[in-house]
Write a protein that binds this ligand. Structure first.
Ligand SMILES: Cc1ncc(COP(=O)(O)O)c(C=O)c1O
Length: 345
């Protein structure tokens, strides 16, 4: 039985064509700036999000950490959403390594932050207070069901931060999903943000890697921080080749993942004991209305459908490059069978 792995869009395996691109990559020592494939990737990635420069890093977590470190000074305060990836899933790296204090504001269901709350949270200069130097946004928003936050909202939040002397970092791990859903260029979504990160190893199907993009000066400093974290890589062109392949071949197909997520959510709703979101992109989050989450996940897994827990009574399923259109009805049939077996028991 083929396992339909919907745990994350990070589970994709490089295709034969991507592996060929990896095998053929021209490489050099990237810490010396000598890797032509990394250099090309950084130039292409910066251009795709409308920034002057980019630095290739190992992961989205590292991109965000370096983004926070480079945009702040120790003892500063950062504002971010209480549902954000940086706040929930990055091992408090901002506190432990960047030495900043996180002030979390409630995320709305659509992943946005309230502009008035952000303005109110930015501290005026005062000898007693930390400096509020950075606002972190996330688009698409993972814990808010892959919500694509519209450009007016991003621009409005960035304007409030800038008016009050704070910079803006956009965690765009799935920025191209947001761009596809909103039918806008990724560079437009990131336009008013000072720095932006995005991942090649999620919906874009590469095995490793993210980039952090911003001005030339910012990226020069970010490279120092990458080195500090042990993230200077040598013949990283073999990874950059996969990322370049992903940008060339796997961006324009993201809408297919979004359509599959919609069909998945509709099917789950019809099956009964689950209340899924209406996915804008590739993330389905479903509340469990009856029965126990762990038992459902175990029953799905036994039927060859993998999902992850996403709260005490909530699971997540993510569509991606290795999910074929035909996998959706098959996954739904298996889930329906598991539900039927549960009802009969
Ligand atoms: C929104 C968001 N930001 C950052 C990350 C971190 O990426 P990585 O797993 O590559 O460290 C993730 C991972 O899922 C994410 O969803």
């Amino acid at each position: 039985m083929k396992v339909i792995d919907l745990r994350s869009d990070t589970v994709t395996r490089p295709s034969a064509a991507m592996r060929a691109a990896i095998a053929e990559a021209e490489v050099g020592d990237d810490v010396f700036g000598d890797d032509p494939t990394v250099n090309r990737l950084e130039a292409v990635a910066a251009d795709r999000v409308g920034k002057e420069a980019a630095v290739f890093v190992a992961s989205g977590t590292m991109a965000n950490l370096i983004g926070v470190m480079t945009n702040t000074r120790p003892g500063d305060e950062i504002l971010l959403g209480d549902q954000s990836h940086i706040f929930n899933y990055e091992v408090a790296g901002s506190a432990r390594i960047a030495n900043v204090q996180a002030h979390a504001l409630p995320n709305a269901d659509d992943g946005s932050l309230d502009v008035v709350a952000v303005a109110a949270a930015i501290r005026p200069p005062n000898i007693h207070a930390p400096r509020t130097s950075l606002l972190c946004l996330e688009n698409t928003h993972n814990r808010c069901g892959g919500a694509a936050i519209d450009v007016e909202t991003i621009d409005g939040l960035a304007a409030v931060a800038h008016e009050n002397g704070a910079r803006v970092h956009l965690d765009g791990a799935r920025l191209f999903n947001a761009a596809a859903a909103l039918r806008l260029g990724a560079e437009r979504l990131a336009q008013e943000c000072d720095t932006v990160s995005f991942c090649f190893s999620k919906g874009l199907g590469a095995p490793v890697g993210s980039v952090l993009c911003g001005s030339n000066d910012f990226v020069t400093e970010a490279r120092r921080n990458r080195k500090l974290l042990g993230g200077g890589m040598r013949q990283a062109g073999i990874l950059a080749a996969a990322a370049l392949y992903a940008l060339d071949h796997n961006v324009s197909r993201l809408e297919q993942d979004h359509a599959n997520a919609q069909r998945l959510a509709e099917g789950l709703r019809d099956i009964g004991p689950f209340a899924p979101n209406e996915p804008q992109t590739n993330i389905v989050i479903a509340d469990v209305l009856q029965g126990d989450l762990d038992s459902w996940l175990a029953a799905f897994a036994a039927a060859g459908v993998l999902a992850v827990p996403f709260g005490p009574a909530r699971f997540r399923m993510v569509t991606h490059l290795d999910i074929q259109d035909s996998d959706i009805p098959e996954a739904l049939a298996r889930v329906a069978q598991a539900v039927g077996a549960h009802a009969a028991a």
